[in-house]
Ligand binder design. Structure first.
Ligand code: PLP
Length: 394
């Protein structure tokens, strides 16, 4: 049975073109980019090329890209680095209440050092009001951090408006663009972004590599100390194959972004339109249109406590989806903090099914899903069927 993979917000399969770009760097081109000999210079050239490819995706300069180990490290470097640029971390920062744990746990860490943090909640559609962000700014605010797209509900945030507010107040603006990168256009200049986090494995690149965009002139303290690679902002011998893979993934995403978004929106809307009649008690969580092209977050009224059973039933049938985010699998059964922040009551916040489509998904896979999901929901009730399902899931 071929796996139908609908969990692209958790991670994406490596694009074969990315793998081909990485292969020479895992074999013959093995030099250390800091070495002056030919082998080193070849590796350096691969890193430089990838730096330009990643920069192009954001309309940034190559000198503004710092390669790190992934989105989590990029978020840590942006937030801790900005707040520590002129001595021990201090001041105030503003974040959305629906950030990824890579941001919220970093804020919690800084709170223990005396940094004040204001969390701004979204509206019921999962979108922040830029005016609420403006209201949270204080004289000692050093940084605003608001994600470009939410990993659980898929909503797109008004980044350009928030960036303009930050710029107007002389406050640095960081956005976690891990979910948005390569799926929706990002321009760091017109959106007034000073710091932007990226992760290659969310756009058909390899795991364990990401980057932070650091606007020229923005002061940042490193969080990893050592030999001074990446302009002293991220010491460690570069993950050359990973970086080359990231560059290739960025170039592919950049070339096909508009047509791929149109294709994914059509698949997404077909799922939503069909479920509206096939599963009338299902409801979309998050704004209908201001969302990532391939992202659906589905609540099923009356079945919120049973989404894990649904996930397992779909998995048995060869379809991979998730409940909330992959990270929240560690907190299965607890209400989602994101849905609570959106104003859901604790019962409804317990369960959502996240269906996230990607580059290699087809119409036929969507057909199969649309056939199986209503059946899997029906199998949860009546009770006789439920007991049977539980036995098959044990
Ligand atoms: N930020 C967001 C919005 C994410 O969705 C993720 C991963 O799911 C991360 C950060 C962490 O990225 P990484 O897995 O590369 O550390």
């Amino acid at each position: 049975m071929r796996l139908i993979y609908f969990d692209h917000s958790a991670t994406t399969p490596l694009d074969p073109r990315v793998r081909a770009a990485m292969e020479p760097l895992l074999a013959d081109v093995f030099g250390n980019p800091s070495s002056l000999h030919t082998a080193g210079r070849e590796a350096r050239a691969a890193v430089d090329r990838a730096r330009s490819q990643v920069a192009e995706l954001l309309h940034a300069g190559p000198g503004e890209i710092v390669f790190v180990a992934g989105g989590t490290e990029a978020d840590n470097l942006a937030i801790i680095g900005a707040l520590s640029a002129s001595g021990p971390p201090s001041g105030h920062l503003v974040v959305s209440a629906i950030e990824h744990p890579a941001v919220l746990a970093t804020c919690e860490h800084l709170r223990r050092s005396g940094v004040a943090v204001t969390e701004v909640p979204p509206d019921a559609d999962g979108i922040l009001d830029p005016a609420a962000v403006a209201e949270a700014i204080r004289p000692d605010t050093r940084l605003i951090s608001v994600m470009a797209a939410n990993n659980v509900v898929g909503t797109l945030q008004p980044i350009a408006a928030i960036g303009a507010i930050a710029r107007g107040h002389g406050v640095l603006f960081h956005t976690d663009a891990v979910q948005a990168l390569g799926k929706v256009p990002i321009d760091v200049s017109t959106m007034h972004i000073d710091l932007l986090s990226m992760s290659a494995h969310k756009l058909h690149g390899p795991k364990g590599i990401g980057a932070l965009f650091v606007r020229k002139g923005v002061a940042l303290a490193p969080i990893v100390h050592g030999g001074g690679q990446e302009r002293g902002l991220r010491s460690a011998t570069e993950n050359v194959a990973g970086i080359a893979g990231f560059g290739c993934a960025a170039a592919i995403a950049s070339d096909g972004m508009a047509s791929e978004a149109t294709r994914l929106v059509a698949l997404r809307d077909r799922i939503l339109d069909t479920l509206a009649s096939a599963l009338p008690h299902a409801y979309l969580i998050g704004h209908r249109y201001k969302r990532l092209p391939g992202h659906i977050c589905l609540g099923i009224a009356g079945y919120e406590g049973e989404t894990i059973k649904l996930l397992l039933a779909l998995d048995e049938a060869g379809i991979a989806v998730s409940t909330g985010s992959a990270c929240s699998a560690h907190h299965a059964g607890e209400p989602s903090s994101i849905l609570l922040a959106m104003g859901f009551d604790p019962i409804r916040a317990r369960g959502s099914l996240r269906i996230t489509l990607g580059r290699f998904n087809t119409d036929a896979e969507v057909d199969r899903f649309l056939e199986l999901l209503p059946r899997a929901v029906a199998a949860l009730r009546p009770l006789a069927h439920q007991a049977q399902l539980e036995r098959s899931l044990c």
